[in-house]
Design a protein. Structure first.
Length: 465
């Protein structure tokens, strides 16, 4: 009997001990998130001015690659008693003459000239053959049409290096006297050939789109926060091409949206077929970029959870740790769920409005307070946790910095602006200023901070392969 009472007493004491030492559990109603919808936000368009400088030497080199062989071939001698074949003899030379492209084309000609008559069905002809060399000088106006540098070329002069003679009706006649009237026959052919060669060799579309495709592939800005910069181009503008000294200049401008996305690498939104080239008279002077820093609730939750690592909140024996943070949107506010262990086990819910601190460059939550039901539960069972002192300490950790994102975005951009060469002979240089905060927009899936940046950029084509 005694042993039975002893065991019973021991059991009662054990139960009392464990009930007194066990942690307190709380349960409060979860503020359910708003119905999730596709991520849609208002992102302003950015405009990037891209001055392009093209060396005349590159125009010359590319033109020579495409302009070769026979330029003109008239093999019919019966219509006008003359047959002419003209070849490019040596590389063309291109220079600037009073704002126009001057092209000097060395050429050689093989001429057959027929002298005689055809009477009573009897052909009495004497065919003379000559080989001559000379040069053609052409002048071209410069423009830009359908992504290509376009020229309107006019033959200015034709000079032969020698003037052989032939006997016509007993007289010595310079052969150039016979040939030069025929220049009108091949004049338009040479002019057209020069225009086509320059247009084909100076097709900017492939090089511009190749460079854009690389630029628009999302790239990692910050590995710790897994932040990515994505550029989505919509339109490309260009001004008229101008010739000055030894180079052709034009301004291109890119209209695009710029997004900073936190999480896994996003897919590229670049589409070669959707880029529209529009001619304009003038471009703005600088880069004006609006970047959307997109923090999904899941990714922002992970960052804030790290802030609470190793932290305890409370006083004396009453302390809790935050093991996990979850965020979601509810009626224009952010709900912050804290999973607690320690003197209290359970989940408490806070609400607040996301704001930006320009001094620390952090996203934080203003007017942070416990949700109504959570506040009621704490008032009944754990009023110490609801105190303003502890809430303030918790609020200090409910934030995350976008300073590194902004710095890394600037650093990443500068990687494309320090003699960056997307292809041989094409070089990109420029500078970007400091980023400034514009606004925060809350969606059903993310917190979006809008940033603005200004700068300048220049593209030089020098040594194009």
């Amino acid at each position: 009997m005694t042993s039975t009472l002893t065991r019973l007493w021991a059991l009662v004491m054990a139960l009392l001990f464990f009930s007194c030492s066990s942690v307190q559990k709380i349960e409060s109603l979860k503020p359910e998130p708003d119905n999730a919808a596709p991520l849609v936000y208002e992102n302003e368009y950015s405009f990037i001015k891209i001055p392009v400088l093209l060396k005349l030497k590159d125009v010359e080199n590319q033109t020579n690659k495409l302009f070769s062989g026979i330029i003109y071939d008239d093999s019919n001698i019966s219509d006008d008693d003359i047959e002419i074949k003209i070849w490019k003899l040596a590389p063309v030379k291109i220079s600037n003459e009073s704002g126009k492209i001057k092209t000097v084309l060395p050429l050689k000609a093989h001429i057959k000239y027929r002298i005689g008559t055809d009477r009573l069905g009897i052909a009495l002809y004497d065919v003379r053959e000559f080989n001559m060399s000379g040069r053609v000088t052409l002048l071209s106006n410069v423009g830009l049409t359908n992504w290509k540098m376009s020229t309107t070329t006019t033959l200015q002069s034709l000079e032969w290096n020698e003037s052989p003679t032939t006997t016509v009706l007993g007289k010595q006649v310079p052969i150039t006297y016979v040939i030069n009237p025929a220049v009108r026959l091949f004049k338009s052919t040479i002019e057209k050939s020069i225009d086509e060669a320059i247009s084909s060799s100076m097709d900017f579309k492939p090089m511009v789109l190749d460079a854009l495709q690389q630029l628009c592939d999302p790239f990692l800005m910050n590995e710790e926060y897994q932040s990515w910069l994505r550029i989505v181009p919509t339109e490309l503008y260009t001004t008229d091409a101008k010739l000055a000294k030894d180079q052709i200049s034009m301004d291109m401008g890119l209209k695009c949206q710029m997004e900073t996305i936190i999480g896994s690498k996003p897919t590229s939104k670049f589409s070669r077929d959707k880029i529209v080239l529009k001619p304009v008279k003038k471009m703005p002077d600088n880069i004006t970029a609006h970047i959307a820093a997109v923090s999904t609730f899941a990714d922002a939750s992970a960052v804030i959870t790290k802030n609470f690592a190793g932290q305890e909140f409370g006083d004396g024996s009453k302390k809790v740790k935050v093991n996990k943070v979850s965020l979601w949107h509810k009626s224009g506010k952010m709900v912050i769920a804290l999973d607690l262990t320690g003197s209290i086990n359970g989940t408490v819910y806070l609400t607040g409005y996301p704001q930006y601190n320009s001094s620390t460059k952090e996203i934080y939550f203003d007017r942070l307070d416990y949700a109504i039901d959570t506040k009621s539960v704490l008032a009944r069972s754990a009023n110490w946790l609801a105190s303003g002192y502890i809430l303030n300490k918790i609020q200090q950790h409910c934030r995350y910095s976008i300073d590194s994102n902004m710095a890394d975005a600037r650093k990443s951009m500068m990687g494309y602006l320090r003699n960056y060469s997307p292809m041989p002979g094409v070089f990109v240089n420029g500078n970007v200023g400091e980023m400034s905060f514009e606004k925060i927009q809350l969606t059903n899936k993310a917190i979006i901070a809008f940033l603005k940046i200004e700068g300048d950029v220049k593209v030089t084509v020098d040594g194009l392969k």
